[in-house]
Ligand binder design. Structure first.
Ligand SMILES: [Fe+2]
Length: 379
């Protein structure tokens, strides 16, 4: 349950009513372009591509490799995300070796807290995808190393990794073993910059809020599926319709950044229609985009409450503002083979951009340093 998706339940207004279809959207929306009345092109969004400021080569690091971990973390805290380029990482296994042996970083994965072997956690992943009705087919080479989902003509919702859990990883490391020649980037957004761009009312509303996600299974669960929920310590109960309701952790909507004390919204953009519209508006040259598969399948509910547990009014509108602001502020990691993108998973959101299904894209992820989001609730 690590992607960011929604199917509005009856407790939330259905955004599908308000959102035009893809074809209507592309007809009614002007083709804004820096080049006049011509179709938008990739050049219009070239400024979003992550550039030199965030790219770290071996020459930018201390001569003594024992100081690399500290230097990499410091740069990641300062910039939110960095791209390690030119480190001559051959393949996914070499990536894990590099992390563990050269950087002395011990992986820790939010989706495999019990550290099960790769084939077992991959199987469990398939089972939980089946409980929810859709998944991204990610697989585990071992207990820590995940191969991320395949490229599609859709844009994922911006999210902090594991954002439905209180205990999650502070850092993400994504390695590109094979890069597409066009699109298929990873989107990133500095959520503090996003926060600063929000209306004062939304800033204040989100800063004091807590969020919780609930999922409804698409079927009655068998003993194995129930056992997996129990082992995963996911609260659950059987609904009157015999499907299972799963309650995730209650966590701060906005975290205080541990090093810089800045406000960082912990987005887990479950509103698929809003994401689709914001992505289409931000990247008109890529339209029509498909709706994200999981976003149109998962049945879920998002609870935004104050510290006393009372529902916050206009929560959905605030989330939509946050999603739109995130896309406005977004940047794109245009992958090169061998790149490692390091993301501060408190400060930044990330997501998979659209691409061409027939192009190669092999991106692997390791996570490290567990923390409790509830330790960083805003004052
Ligand atoms: Fe992710």
């Amino acid at each position: 349950m690590d992607a960011t998706l929604e199917r509005p339940t009856t407790t939330l207004p259905s955004s599908s009513d308000a959102k035009p279809s893809v074809s209507e959207s592309s007809i009614s929306k002007p083709c804004a372009s820096a080049h006049g009345n011509i179709a938008p092109s990739d050049a219009d969004n070239e400024f979003r591509v992550v550039g030199a400021e965030h790219i770290i080569t071996p020459a930018d690091l201390p001569a003594d490799k024992r100081n690399w971990q500290e230097a990499i973390y410091a740069k990641t805290h300062a910039l939110g995300y960095i791209v390690l380029r030119g480190f001559d990482i051959k393949d996914a296994e070499h990536f894990q070796e590099f992390l563990q042996q050269e950087l002395n970083i011990e992986p820790w994965n939010v989706f495999n807290k019990l550290k099960m072997a790769g084939p077992i956690i991959t199987l469990i992943r398939r089972i939980t995808d089946g409980i929810l009705g859709a998944g991204d087919n990610r697989s585990y080479l071992n207990a820590q190393l995940q191969k991320l989902g395949a490229i599609e003509n859709s844009v994922q919702g911006p999210h902090v990794e594991g954002g439905v859990y209180d205990k999650r990883a502070r850092y993400l490391f994504m390695y590109c073993e094979e890069a597409p020649s066009h699109w298929g980037e990873t989107g990133v957004a500095d959520m503090h910059k996003v926060y600063e761009s929000l209306s004062t009312q939304t800033q204040q509303g989100l800063a004091q809020a807590q969020q919780q996600f609930e999922f409804t299974s698409i079927k009655r669960l068998n003993w194995l599926e129930r056992t997996i929920l129990t082992l995963g310590k996911i609260k659950h109960y059987v609904r009157p319709d015999e499907n299972m309701q799963m309650l995730m952790d209650t966590t701060p909507m906005v975290c205080r950044h541990p090093e810089h004390q800045i406000a960082c919204p912990q987005i887990w953009a479950y509103r698929g229609d809003t994401v689709h519209q914001a992505a289409s508006d931000t990247f008109p040259e890529r339209t029509p985009l498909d709706p994200e598969c999981m976003a149109s399948t998962w049945q879920m509910k998002w609870n935004l409450t104050d510290r006393t547990g009372q529902p916050i009014e206009h929560g959905v509108a605030m989330m939509d503002e946050l999603i739109e602001a995130t896309f406005k502020a977004c940047r794109l990691v245009r992958w090169q083979q061998g790149d490692i993108t390091v993301v501060d998973n408190i400060r930044c959101a990330h997501w998979r951009m659209n691409g061409h299904a027939d192009q190669p894209r092999k991106v692997y992820q390791l996570q490290a340093v567990p923390f409790l989001a509830s330790d960083y609730q805003m004052d």
